[in-house]
Design a protein around this ligand. Structure first.
Ligand code: BJW
Length: 253
């Protein structure tokens, strides 16, 4: 059997990354669907739905406040940092993330497309309220749950709960970039949640070279050109060095 050709990255290669919870696992942020993942507790899954959160905003905020405290204490790891360094070195790289933790931005990546929003913004839970989402970094939160100044409804994190539509502009941006990609890296996601997982399929259908980096095979593995098993904090810097033929060297310091 013939060996697969090694993909070669140059500065004109358009690289896109679809990242999921696994990229932040080595920073200490729990994933959702692993053996000790957040979604093993069905009650927590309910809190990540619009109805579940609003039914008990105090409990909802207890869940998100704890996670914000953890996220604030965590640092970007080698996977986030290697992508940011790639961008700084002049490579054309865009991160499309499902993560709400902002670790890509803290590592130095710019123009990150946040498919599922961010926990560092709050918005009003009343869809008819005119208040716009705003930054909030209070850790822990000052109150049991924050209230909208305008309409007095509970505020909520500006994240995409299950059964909610993703922001149309965000989806359009992710779609456009995916269709304009030579190398598509699928990092640390189970590929279960749509429409996010669909971007990896779209990239493949559009002719991109698709590489998955995960500690185990996923339901996306079958169509990827390569799957590299292992912790992405190790496999990603190694892959970037390999695909640039050594032109890019990750500096971990
Ligand atoms: C490592 C590693 C290391 C570990 N190195 N790797 C049937 C009924 C109802 C709905 C649906 C349905 N079928 C489809 C839907 C739609 C639904 C969906 O996809 N559901 C599936 C679960 C079936 N999607 C939606 O609801 C979306 N909206 C939508 O479709 O609107 C239309 C609609 C309207 C009304 C009804 C139905 C549809 C919205 C999805 C929003 C997802 N929100 C969450 C929560 C965000 C806020 C929060 O964090 O609290 O987003 S859920 C959660 O899953 C989070 C994540 O972004 C997302 C994806 O998870 P991810 O990142 O892949 O994490 P894991 O844990 O699954 O995987 C981690 C991976 O890392 C694993 O593979 C590990 O092996 C790996 N790993 N360590 C490398 N060191």
């Amino acid at each position: 059997m013939q060996d697969k050709p090694i993909f070669r990255i140059t500065k004109s290669t358009k690289i896109s990354v679809l990242s999921g919870a696994g990229i932040s696992a080595e920073s200490g942020i729990p994933t959702f669907r692993s053996a000790d993942g957040l979604w093993n507790d069905a009650n927590l899954v309910k809190l990540a739905t619009p109805r579940g959160f609003l039914a008990d905003p105090e409990r909802g905020w207890e869940f998100y406040d704890k996670r914000r405290q953890n996220m604030a204490a965590c640092k970007p790891n080698h996977a986030h940092l290697s992508l940011a360094q790639m961008e700084k070195d002049g490579y054309d790289i865009t991160v499309i993330t499902q993560n709400i933790d902002r670790l890509h931005q803290r590592a130095g990546s710019t123009g990150v497309i946040e498919l599922h929003g961010t926990v560092w913004e709050l918005k009003c839970s009343n869809p008819s309220c005119a208040m716009s989402p705003f930054e909030n970094h209070d850790v822990p939160l000052k109150e049991k749950y924050p209230i909208c100044d305008y309409c007095h409804s509970p505020l909520r994190p500006n994240v995409v709960f299950f059964e909610e539509m993703l922001d149309e502009k965000v989806v359009r941006a992710a779609n456009a970039r995916t269709l304009d990609t030579d190398l598509f890296l699928v990092i640390g996601t189970s590929g279960i949640v749509y429409p996010a997982a669909g971007f990896a399929e779209l990239a493949k259908m559009n002719g991109a070279y698709v590489v998955e980096l995960n500690i185990e095979e996923t339901q996306l593995t079958y169509f990827c050109d390569e799957t590299r098993l292992g912790k992405c904090g190790e496999t990603l810097p190694a892959l970037l060095e390999e695909f640039t033929g050594g032109e890019y060297k990750f500096i971990s310091g």
